[in-house]
Design a binder for this molecule. Structure first.
Ligand code: NAD
Ligand code: DAU
Length: 352
């Protein structure tokens, strides 16, 4: 069995669904069900005996210790986190609690469990920590893409909290010998993405006839990776990654935000044209920039490609089209997650 944390969130749920579709090994899924966690996403495996869902906090030492003792997982994949940069600017406290204190407590519980394993199980055990390219900070326009040896220069409370968690994970390997792996991935997109993030927000707002908010000049650059390709990279690193190493994961898809939004509008114009014949791009609105907004991220995923022979299955063109189609086909899921607390966040972040 493996223990996945944060498995009701965007990447975690995709990871659990893909894992169970591709292997018979069971999953214990520990998730606090914050605003970002959604059991609706896991509805298809609700009755699957290979999936055990536990509502709880990675920072709850006793709960985690009990789960480890009961299920004796051979590996942990840590995806639980507060993940939204804008929320970290608005209220950083939860990011410190979950991403730093929570990861620390999880590591402590795992260290105690791992120390008690017999020699073979100890050697085979893995703690895989899922992190982000944002820990490397802002990249100059013409600088080479981030490699694993780039300095950590986090610029938001979110990325600083993720950087801190990465350092803790690293230290548990160097100090205690815990067999850890860390992945630093670029921006994901795809099914079950909560519509607070750029791509699902734009699709959702476009269909609702609302403004498509572009922060600042929209020339900020991100590297985009289809979520299922991120999941395949995590599985590959878990399977064959060298203990103690970090692996950058990316899609070789650098795009400006404006380019991404225009692409979404063009696909929507084709698949679900507006009733009045106008393009969705007419809904684009430039709004106040994000404080401390990093201009560019870019990932060099060469180490993962060369050492572990991983490459993404989707190009940006194929992945983004699948994503738009998924949202058009799953409006009920979107409706469920955009009620209640979501409205409060949108009002606070974008005004009326
Ligand atoms: P998400 O916000 O969609 O999901 C996070 C999940 O963690 C939610 O289900 C939430 O309920 C759960 N959670 C939060 N606090 C918890 C706690 N204290 N205990 C247990 N569960 C808790 O995030 P995501 O986009 O799926 O990101 C998953 C991980 O991948 C994060 O660590 C994030 O930093 C990292 N990451 C995300 C991206 C991206 O583009 N989304 C890119 C690179 C790395
Ligand atoms: O790079 C990896 C990171 O990608 C992950 O670590 C984070 O968890 C994930 O949320 C994501 O962070 P970003 O800040 O890049 O994602 P977001 O979708 O919030 O924003 C993408 C870009 O779009 C960013 O430059 C800000 C901009 N943006 C975002 C929103 C929500 C807008 O212009 N308008 C918006 O309304």
């Amino acid at each position: 069995m493996i223990l996945v944390t944060g498995g009701a969130g965007f990447i975690g749920a995709n990871f659990v669904l893909d894992w169970l579709a591709g292997a018979d090994e069971g999953v214990v899924n520990l998730d606090k069900l914050t605003y970002a966690g959604n059991l609706d996403t896991l509805r298809g495996i609700a009755a699957d005996p290979r999936h055990v869902f536990v509502e709880g906090d990675i920072g709850d030492r006793k709960l985690v210790a009990d789960l480890l003792a009961q299920y004796r997982p051979r590996a942990i994949v840590n995806l639980a986190a507060e993940s939204h940069v804008d929320r970290s600017i608005d209220s950083p406290e939860e990011f410190i609690q979950t991403n730093i204190v929570g990861t620390f407590r999880l590591l402590e519980a795992v260290r105690a469990y791992w120390s008690g394993l017999d020699a073979d199980d100890k050697a085979a055990f893995r703690f895989l920590h899922v992190s982000t390219d944002e820990v490397y900070g802002d990249l100059d326009k013409n600088a080479p893409a981030f490699s694993e040896t780039n300095r950590y220069e986090p610029n938001s409370p979110y990325s600083a909290s993720k950087a801190a968690s990465d350092h803790l994970v690293r230290s548990y390997h160097h100090t205690y010998g815990l067999p850890v792996l860390t992945t630093n991935c670029s921006n994901n997109y795809g099914p079950y993405h909560f519509p607070e993030k750029l791509i699902p927000l734009v699709i959702h707002n476009a269909l609702a006839g609302k403004q498509l908010p572009i922060y600042g000049d929209g020339q900020q650059i991100r590297d985009w990776l289809y979520v299922k390709d991120h999941c395949s990279a995590i599985r590959r690193v878990l399977e064959a990654g060298r203990v103690g190493e970090t692996y950058n994961v990316g899609g070789w898809n650098e795009k400006s935000n404006l380019e991404v939004v225009h692409t979404l509008c063009a696909i929507l114009d084709e698949l679900k044209p507006r009733g009045d014949g106008a393009t969705y791009a007419s809904q684009i609105t430039f709004v106040k920039d994000r404080p401390g907004h990093d201009r560019r991220y870019a990932i060099d995923a060469g180490k993962l490609a060369n050492e572990l022979d991983w490459k993404p299955a989707e190009t940006f063109d194929t992945g983004i089209r699948k994503t738009v189609q998924w949202y058009l086909d799953h409006q009920e899921w979107v409706g469920n997650v955009t009620s209640g607390a979501y409205q409060h966040w949108v009002g606070k972040q974008y005004g009326s």
